[in-house]
Design a protein around this ligand. Structure first.
Ligand SMILES: [Zn+2]
Ligand SMILES: [Zn+2]
Length: 353
């Protein structure tokens, strides 16, 4: 089969590899749709010790497909089932798993291989984090399950509710998904980003009130002005930049919650206003990855069309141009790029639906 294989930092190769055979407990899935992700861009550049412990490996981690064969003892699925597979499976045994926080599992198994024609899903993933899709769910939409589950976990950590005002910092795909989930919960959502092609696209999609931070002399003051002087009930950083974490804290109102969703470079720190943290009872929470429950809730949001993220797909490509697609992502010129492994389509833009 054809695949895009990661050999190490800055070394992605489109090549012919053996089609995997499903071993005991495994499922062989034909990939119908994969999506690019900001994490891919970072990982392609510098590797990822946790998500990619061994190289070479087929790259990519957001996918939907169809079961074409089941290994001996693989229960619950049959040939022809359309499925979503998450990119990890928790152990279910460690103290954090038992405490219901399996996104922090001490032995999280990561699975890569979305940018190929087929993938063999390992037994633990088949048991914990492969979900059958309803008939009419398009594969490209279903492939959003993984990033949407991350977004959903962030929204749940922030306890975002109807009637609240939420400020999301960062208008990349995940910032947009967080905004969509918050809006689906009937919160008022401000989506903060810098002007340009992506912010225009987000504005046209009508995801939220798009705010150009370059129009605001001080971002936190700007958020206060837009919220009747009070600040947002919940702020979410979806940029992974320490200075934006500080803005997110500054923009939260009295009694507010700040969700640190974006991962910052290792070793970075932020300054915390201790007076506000104490007297204004700020709640500061991290949000990382997803759980099997969040994956299932994300699929429910997609299948019920409570969240329709299709408009975040700005381009489509076949496997031969994945590297080019990731370069487009890294230049901030794309949101999500649909990778269709069964077409040799060259990279092209998709108009708004
Ligand atoms: Zn992702
Ligand atoms: Zn565990």
């Amino acid at each position: 089969m054809k695949a895009v294989v990661f050999y190490g930092p800055n070394d992605l190769r489109y090549e012919e590899v053996p089609t995997p055979r499903p071993e005991r407990g495994e499922l062989l899935v034909r990939i119908d749709a994969a999506l690019t992700c900001g994490t891919d861009v970072k990982t392609a550049r510098r590797g990822h010790p946790v998500m990619i412990p061994r190289v070479p490996t087929v790259f990519g981690h957001e996918l939907a497909g169809t079961v074409v064969a089941a290994g001996e003892g693989a229960r619950g699925f049959q040939e022809g089932d359309r499925v979503v597979a998450a990119n990890s499976a928790p152990c279910g045994q460690c103290p954090l798993c038992r405490a219901g926080r399996s996104n922090l599992c001490e032995d999280l198994l990561f699975v890569n291989g979305a940018y190929g024609e087929y993938i063999a899903l390992p037994p633990r993933l088949v048991e914990k984090n492969v979900v059958r899709l309803a008939q009419g769910t398009p594969a490209a939409r279903a492939a959003f399950a993984e990033p949407l589950a991350c977004a959903l976990l962030g929204v749940e950590r922030g306890r975002i509710e109807s009637g609240q005002t939420v400020a999301v910092f960062g208008h990349g795909p995940v910032g947009c998904l967080i905004a969509m989930v918050a809006a689906a919960r009937k919160a008022r959502v401000l989506l903060l980003g810098k002007r340009g092609w992506r912010l225009d696209r987000v504005r046209k999609l009508g995801v939220a009130e798009a705010v150009d931070v370059l129009d605001l002399p001080d971002v936190a003051d700007g958020v206060r002005q837009l919220t009747g002087g009070r600040g947002a009930d919940v702020t979410v950083d979806a940029t992974g930049r320490p200075e934006v974490w500080e803005q997110a804290m500054a923009a939260a109102g009295k009694g507010g919650t700040v969700v640190f969703f974006g991962g910052c470079p290792p070793g970075t720190t932020v300054r915390l206003d201790t007076r506000r943290a104490h007297y204004e009872e700020l709640t500061l929470v991290g949000a990382f990855h997803h759980t099997p429950e969040a994956i299932r809730r994300a699929i429910e949001l997609l299948e019920s069309e409570m969240v329709v993220p299709d408009g975040l797909i700005t381009h489509r490509t076949g496997l031969p141009s994945v590297r080019e697609a990731l370069e487009l992502m890294s230049r901030g010129q794309a949101l999500k790029i649909l990778v269709d492994p069964r077409h040799d389509a060259i990279l092209g833009e998709i108009a708004l639906p």
